[in-house]
Design a protein around this ligand. Structure first.
Ligand code: MN
Length: 720
């Protein structure tokens, strides 16, 4: 039975300079955690993580990846936690194991229409490529031991593997795993056909071994005689591919296909520019079949695969003269075809341990983009792999494991409407990963979202301010529109009044006189009434309405900058920007100038001692060489567009309330200039005064709206 020594030996054989005691410690940790657990095969559980770690080694991973492979089932299946793992092996290993945990949520039952989403979700959730490699090896070993599992489960797992794991392995160009997984799935999903092909193939191989060896020898001698440093190998098509090909051609006999096996000429990397020459020599000796030549070197396959393919006649024994497929490639191309382009790249990184250990390089995904130039002609591969392509979409799950694909920033309400209009219309509460969240909570990929509905609950206007999907928006609007007109008016009035109060203005009077002039027109009473209704049904936003009736005068520009800083106190390197960026060169102040904060400045590039800073008015500066002047700005003047606003927030205190308020404010990127407390006439309530620097009116109104829905916030009003 496989043991930790096998793993250590393989590491040594591959020449990886890993911390062996740390690897052994990880093994012991996993072994103890899984103590007493058994696989369905009857083997001790530890065999599984050990197998996964063995397999991952072929991809030339870093040490943490091997450790994570050993620990990958610990946090989910034993009483050891992620914290325990982090305590012993550090945060890097923790996040890999956590990544594995997250991926186990992606489940696929049948060949469902959402299967493409599942694949995307899988990729987007594995924010670290290493997790995908571990997961593929994990699945590979589980598929190999699938025979011990109940038959229904066998089918489910095999189908899921075919739906998700095979396409991903294929997209990443990992032929070794793809072919193995395919054949295993085939075996469990179509046992009869598998048996039929398997038997034929065994027979075929037995019959043909001699011929194949003769062809291989002939070709090897031919190439060695011409001085090429190369080896020739034969490869058998995998069974699932044979099955697909037979099906496509409407045949049933394996021997009807003539590319069941191919010869592979693998040349040393320095012969890359000789590939076409080798092809030419082969073609001039044996006749190529027309239309069988494929150049995947000049134009590689989307997953990065590179090779020259041709089929020739006459290579074999004379009495057995059939076409033979020949694939010509370099060692690197071969490695890439077996293990994927990413592994190929890692392999190169491995030669440079310093770079390899750097924190930067741990984020393979980001680094992959930089490799784009080094792996030619496979921009599509990079695109397919880049997690960024999913940045504007998130994938969330129902408690049953169904996947919903939503735009970024979607909320439980968007999710509820994506399930069903009724679920959206009656949504009262949402749980994300088992915790209750506000309905405007921003969902993230991988969240499990549960919506709780109540029959008599209805959508409200606040929802319109945060939902993201057009589906949710239009359904909320249509619901509000169909509501009772009198009620609609009252709702509109309440919404408007709430915000009028928030900004310190009087509420609507019965005649709605404040709405008399709107968008440059005079409105009669009926029109004013309609306008309020339109706010209620979401046709018109309350924000736009208030903006129109109380334009920008609501915001007060800050008084002139508080301090005219004395030049002695200015730390130039921190307060100055070049082209909006912090300076990264030495700056020094000059004695000729006085600096007053918003007054413009300029820099002069000295010979050898960085940049000296001058007031633009400075005569000395004005007389210096123009070519050596650079533009500088004060950092602070960039913020001069800010408006200072005082908000009073009336609250009924509870634990964590102030923290919630501050969090909402900072989520808008708004600076809190000052906070103070004011006595309230009612002793159960408190008033907090916040002095804030806001960017614009929109930001202020959105902030007020959001503050208003915090639990135990009674009223928010603007007071200056
Ligand atoms: Mn596992």
């Amino acid at each position: 039975m496989i043991s930790c020594n096998h793993l250590v030996n393989k590491i040594k054989k591959l020449g990886f300079e890993f911390d062996i005691p740390r690897i052994r410690l990880a093994f012991e940790f996993a072994n103890q955690a899984h103590e007493g657990q058994k696989r369905f095969s009857g083997d001790p559980y530890i065999i599984h993580p050990l197998e996964v770690a063995m397999r991952i080694l072929d991809f030339h991973p870093d040490e943490d990846t091997v450790i994570a492979a050993l620990l990958h089932d610990v946090s989910e299946d034993t009483d050891r936690t992620l914290d325990d793992i982090e305590n012993v092996f550090g945060p890097g290993v923790r996040s890999l194991v956590r990544g594995m945990e997250k991926l186990s949520q992606v489940r696929s039952r049948v060949d469902e229409p959402e299967v493409e989403n599942l694949r995307k979700m899988f990729l987007s959730m594995a924010s670290d490529l290493r997790v995908i490699y571990i997961k593929l090896c994990d699945r590979w070993h589980n598929m190999e031991t699938l025979a011990y599992v109940r038959p229904e489960k066998q089918r489910r797992i095999a189908q899921e593997t075919l739906n998700i794991y095979v396409p991903i392995a294929s997209r990443m160009g990992i032929y070794s795993i793809k072919a193995n997984l395919e054949d295993l799935c085939f075996k469990f999903l179509n046992a009869d056909m598998y048996k039929l092909i398997h038997e034929q193939l065994e027979f075929y191989t037995k019959q043909n071994t001699n011929f194949i060896n003769t062809e291989k020898d002939t070709l090897t001698k031919f190439l060695h005689k011409r001085g090429y440093n190369c080896r020739v190998a034969s490869r058998l098509k995998n069974q699932y591919s044979i099955y697909k090909k037979l099906k496509k051609k409407g045949r049933s006999l394996v021997s009807d296909l003539y590319d069941i096996y191919a010869l592979r000429v693998i040349v040393s990397d320095d012969l890359e520019d000789k590939l076409y020459q080798i092809l030419g020599e082969i073609h001039s000796t044996w006749s190529p079949l027309a239309n069988r030549f494929k150049d995947y070197v000049a134009v590689s396959k989307p997953n990065g695969y590179q090779s020259l393919h041709t089929t020739v006649v006459g290579l074999g024994l004379e009495e057995f003269n059939r076409p033979v497929e020949i694939q010509i490639r370099t060692e690197s191309m071969h490695r890439q075809a077996e293990f994927g382009a990413a592994a190929h790249w890692l392999y190169k990184y491995h030669e440079n341990p310093d770079m390899y250990n750097s924190e930067k390089c741990l984020d393979w995904i980001h680094e992959l983009k930089n490799v784009e130039s080094s792996i030619k002609n496979n921009t599509e591969f990079i695109e397919n792999l880049s997690m960024d392509m999913f940045n504007d979409r998130i994938f969330v799950l129902t408690p049953k494991g169904d996947v919903k694909d939503l735009p970024e920033s979607s909320t439980p309400i968007d999710f509820a409407y994506a399930i069903h209009t009724d679920v959206g219309n009656h949504c009262v509460m949402a749980k994300v990963n088992d915790s209750v969240v506000p309905l405007d909570h921003e969902l993230r990929s991988g969240d499990v979202v549960e919506v709780i509905t109540k029959k008599d609950s209805e959508p409200n206007h606040y929802w319109l301010s945060f939902v993201v999907t057009s589906e949710a928006k239009s359904k909320i609007k249509s619901y509000l529109r169909n509501a009772d007109p009198d009620k609609t008016f009252k709702e509109g009035r309440d919404v408007i009044n709430k915000y009028l109060e928030s900004i310190g203005k009087p509420v609507l009077d019965p005649d709605l006189l404040v709405l008399k002039r709107f968008k440059g027109a005079n409105l009669n009473q009926k029109q004013r009434y309609t306008l309020v209704e339109e706010v209620a049904i979401g046709k018109f936003s309350v924000k736009d309405l208030i903006k129109d009736i109380y334009p920008m005068d609501l915001l007060v520009k800050p008084k002139t900058k508080k301090s005219v800083k004395n030049s002695k106190n200015i730390d130039f390197s921190k307060e100055i920007l070049v082209d909006g960026q912090p300076v990264n060169f030495p700056v020094k102040k000059t004695n000729c100038c006085i600096f007053k904060l918003p007054e413009p400045i300029g820099g002069f590039v000295t010979r050898g001692s960085g940049v000296s800073v001058h007031n633009l008015k400075c005569k000395v500066f004005q007389n210096t060489d123009d070519e050596r002047k650079i533009k500088l700005q004060w950092k602070d003047t960039q913020k001069s567009d800010m408006y200072v606003v005082d908000l009073s927030i009336e609250i009924q205190d509870r634990v964590g309330l102030l923290k919630d308020v501050v969090e909402v404010i900072s989520s808008f990127g708004v600076n809190i200039l000052d906070v103070s407390l004011r006595e309230s006439s009612d002793s159960t309530k408190t008033l907090k005064l916040f002095s804030l620097a806001v960017k614009d009116y929109d930001q202020l109104v959105s902030l007020i709206m959001k503050l208003n829905v915090i639990e135990n916030v009674i009223k928010v009003s603007k007071i200056n």
